[in-house]
Design a protein around this ligand. Sequence first.
Ligand code: MEV
Length: 421
Amino acid sequence: MQSSEFSGFYKLPIGKRVAEVREFAGLSDEEAKALSAFSSLDQPTADRMIENVVGTMPLPLGIAVNFRINGIDRLVPMAIEEPSVVAAASNAAKVARIKGGFTAKAGEPVMIGQMQVLGLADAEGAAKKVLAAKARLLEIANACDPVLVKFGGGARDVEARVIATAKGKMLIIHLLVDVRDAMGANAVNTMCEALARPVEEISGGRVLLRIISNLADRRLAKASAVFAKEAIGGEEAVDAIVAAYEFAANDPYRAATHNKGVMNGIDAAAIAAGNDWRALEAGAHAYAARSGRYTSLTTYRKNSDGDLEGEIELPMAVGLVGGATKTHPAAKVCVKILGVKTAGELGEILASVGLAQNFAALRALATEGIQRGHMSLHARNIAVMAGASGELIDRVAARMVEEKKVRVDRAKEILDELRKK
Ligand code: MEV
């Protein structure tokens, strides 16, 4: 197995980085081209993907290095516009490696489809009738997707809930579907639509909405890691990170930002792999509020050795079948780089990346603050805006950071000075 550990990956020229990734993932010429093409999405493909296409909106695609997850080394492609995210994930993964990397586990790929039944005089009685007809409903649902059933998936169960609303009681039927390696929205929505009539006949009500729930709490992924105290500044830093976590655990204002940091990593890796990151966002935040109070998606504690233990658990509705994973040329290559064969494995990687990203943010926030790291990257952009190129970019940026004056006017002065030398 090739190692995902690279030191100074960021210092390599782009061509060398692509060559390293190519070797790691065994990419063909064409795949390497799709990966490094600065617009790999051609006009006909884009036009088939969505409606009213006028162009593409490219994002930088970076590679997070150093990840070891369940004993396997992974390179993680990340598509994101925000500086520091890829570097932070790579650094966190490097620290996690010291104690063996991430341990992750995705649960069964069960998604929930919802049917909203209205117009019932006795919603509780109707719920009982629907549940009594479970076997018939599951049969109808499974007849919609013989391919899914052939691959070991399919509708597994029916549940019923009655909710009180301003429009009276409503019966909410949940169809639980094992969607295997799909994200599942198409399979689940098709089944729910097919079940609407039978549910109406059985319940005596009227089915209005038939749609998947993004609160995919039957499809969770977990990841954990131990971050060695020596690598993060000793027990004082461990205590500071635990205190930072407690802030998020107990304050929704902080939890929102904390979880935003988690999703920086998960979304970026999900986008690169052609997955629906809005579904992941919706599921993550709804899950964070499952107790009725919005809280952190991660937990941290100091273990008996004084090291930091971190854990994450969140819904993970990701797929490798259908959608952009199969149509977007760069997404296809990113999936190959990830080396995943199942949606569960992809979920385990995304959960690990989320934990890594969150650990990196907490570590920075609880020690030196995030601005120093952010500023160095920002300073490079400012240096370019001031007209610097080549090695002058880093020299101008370093001076501005040292002087704590990251401004275009100062960049121009430094640039003039350096050019005169
Ligand atoms: C910035 O994109 C993300 C952070 O704000 C996350 C956090 O505060 O934990 C740094």
